[in-house]
Write a protein of this length. Structure first.
Length: 168
């Protein structure tokens, strides 16, 4: 019987994406990471909180636009009803004002800010991972997410933008 190479503690992920093919691909890719476990998948925004209450994920990865309720509105409800669940917002189509609204809605992951702060002196991904006790892939994910949310090109620009916006 093949051994499962997952660490003792995996990050439990709820995935909300209305396009089934995209949701399945994301679940497959996330499931390939040894420290991630997709515990729930939903295709509608109005089912996110119920799924989170049942499956108790550590992180909810939410599409910004979903039928029934937007990912941003669901993030606000999660913050109230499942406060231990962190939220990451994703979108394939950025719209003006959405990134700012996502940050203001509390979708800014605290760890994204921690990773940006840790990279201030040009630290490598490996250095940041060791300092924050995270895997290198998790650090890369947080940096990528922060860069996307700030609509910048790299982590140094993301850090400057986050500081200007008062997020750091």
């Amino acid at each position: 019987m093949p051994r499962d190479h997952r660490p003792a503690k995996s990050v439990r992920v709820l995935l909300a994406e209305d396009q089934g093919m995209m949701r399945g691909a994301l679940a497959l890719l996330l499931g390939m990471e040894p420290d991630l476990e997709v515990v729930a998948q939903v295709g509608r925004g109005d089912t996110i909180v119920d799924a989170a209450l049942i499956h108790r994920p550590d992180v909810a990865l939410l599409d910004i636009e979903l039928p029934g309720m937007s990912g941003l509105d669901a993030a606000a409800e999660l913050r109230e009803q499942v406060p231990d669940c962190r939220v990451l917002i994703l979108t394939t189509f950025g719209r003006p004002g959405y990134l700012r609204r996502a940050m203001e809605a509390g979708a800014a992951e605290i760890r994204e800010c921690d990773v940006l702060k840790a990279s201030v002196d040009g630290a490598t991904v490996s250095d940041i991972a060791a300092q924050l006790h995270l895997s290198e892939s998790t650090v890369r994910n947080y940096l990528s997410s922060a860069i996307g949310k700030t609509a910048t090109r790299n982590r140094m620009e993301a850090m400057r933008e986050a500081r200007q916006q008062g997020w750091l």
